[in-house]
Design a protein around this ligand. Structure first.
Ligand code: NDP
Length: 364
């Protein structure tokens, strides 16, 4: 049996990570940690805002939107007074609001860099959704802006706060099914028409930037390694009106320094949500692997296959993620998914696109 604490240590999760997993009681920050949510779209209003209620430290204190009716509606629903409601034009005055500790950027991808940098300049910590940005240069500028301001930057990689994924990391890196040899990871959905995700100017790319990033990020967190080479193949029907400016399918192979390979699927025209870690002695299977809820794990080991149930955490992945930034700020520690984590994905995604375009292996 592997010792959980030593694994947490070896994963570099340390105290902050242990708090994120709920294994330690966090030191209480001096007062609830106030977030302003920027962009009141689907993910913000359906997943993030309702889950502040499960947080120990974080609370929703301000809203930023380009749609006045949303400010009215959600302001009333969440008890956010008019003084704490902002438009994109008045966003920078959030600097003068002492109740706001952090800004959570939940905008279309191409707007992440601008609002992260403006938030840092307004002297606020930043939580930014994935993908962190639409280019490596933007990601670097965001990290630099937060560093200059002395503010934390965390990327919304919620799976790192979800118990099945946390256990999969622990088991995979701990050799539970023998040393990992191969990972397969598949993420995709059938994209509906008429949305910013299909407009490269707002999304920065197609399925890879939006959903394939889960396959990539899982391959990186399950191995704890950085890929050294990528090979990718794109398959996009340019006659499909959805795919005029962005890719549909882009499948990629990652090679890691230890010899592990990850075979990854990213799709905007077929439905996938799974990964499997195959070791010398069995496998760990997750399907669905990265949903909002309803994860399922099976393990094959010693010649038999069994489901593995994981007890629900006291805080769900959304609340634990929101609290994590508050805990890090209070403790003076770095988030387990800092800006550098988002930047690592951006660098690999750039290499994936280059590999597909140039039809060759790309070294990292
Ligand atoms: P939505 O389209 O539902 O919401 C985006 C919101 O951004 C809009 O409602 C609008 O809010 C604001 N906005 C400002 N300018 C524009 C513009 N030009 N076009 C469209 N919207 C604009 O997107 P999602 O909520 O699904 O995604 C937002 C971000 O969250 C993305 O980066 C996405 O990758 C990420 N995400 C992460 C998930 C996760 O599990 N971690 C899941 C889903 C999304 P307003 O009217 O208030 O101005």
């Amino acid at each position: 049996m592997t010792d959980r604490r030593s694994i947490l240590g070896s994963l570099g999760l340390g105290l902050a990570g242990a708090m994120a997993t709920g294994t330690l009681k966090a030191a209480s920050p001096r007062r609830p940690f106030g977030y302003a949510v920027v962009g009141l779209g689907s993910y913000a209003t359906r997943q993030i805002m309702p889950n502040f209620k499960g947080c120990d430290h974080a609370r929703l204190v301000a809203l930023v939107s380009g749609t006045p009716e949303k400010l009215e509606r959600y302001g009333a629903e969440y008890g956010i007074p008019p003084t704490h409601r902002y438009s994109y034009a008045t966003f920078d005055t959030i600097r003068d609001n002492p109740d706001v500790d952090a800004v959570y950027v939940i905008l279309p991808n191409a707007m992440h860099a601008e609002y992260t940098i403006r938030a840092a300049q307004a002297d606020k910590h930043v939580m930014c959704e994935k993908p962190m940005a639409v280019s490596v240069a933007e990601g670097e500028a965001m990290i630099a802006a937060c560093r200059r301001a002395g503010k934390r930057l965390m990327i919304g990689y919620r799976c790192r706060f979800e118990p099945h994924n946390q256990l999969a990391i622990e088991l995979a890196r701990g050799g539970h099914v023998g040393p990992t040899r191969l990972i397969t990871a598949e993420h995709g959905f059938n994209a509906r028409t008429n949305q910013w995700r299909l407009d490269r100017a707002l999304s920065g790319g197609g399925s890879l930037m939006d959903i394939g990033i889960y396959s990539l990020n899982a391959a990186r967190y399950l191995t704890g390694e950085e890929p050294v080479e990528v090979s990718a193949i794109e398959a996009t029907d340019r006659n499909d009106p959805r795919f005029r400016t962005v890719e549909d399918r882009i499948n990629f192979l990652l090679r890691f320094p230890s010899g592990i390979e990850a075979v990854c699927v990213s799709s905007y025209s077929s439905n996938h949500n799974a990964y499997r870690v195959t070791g010398t002695d069995g496998w760990i299977d997750m399907e669905p692997a990265t949903p909002y809820e309803g994860h399922a794990m099976r393990i094959r080991r010693d010649g038999s296959t069994a489901p593995r149930t994981v007890p629900p955490a006291r805080r769900n992945q959304f609340a634990a993620q929101l609290d994590h930034l508050a805990e890090c700020v209070a403790a003076g520690t770095a988030p387990i998914v800092p800006g550098e984590e988002g930047l690592a994905d951006l660098k690999v995604m750039a290499a994936i696109y280059r590999s597909a375009a140039e039809r060759r292996h790309v070294a990292l």
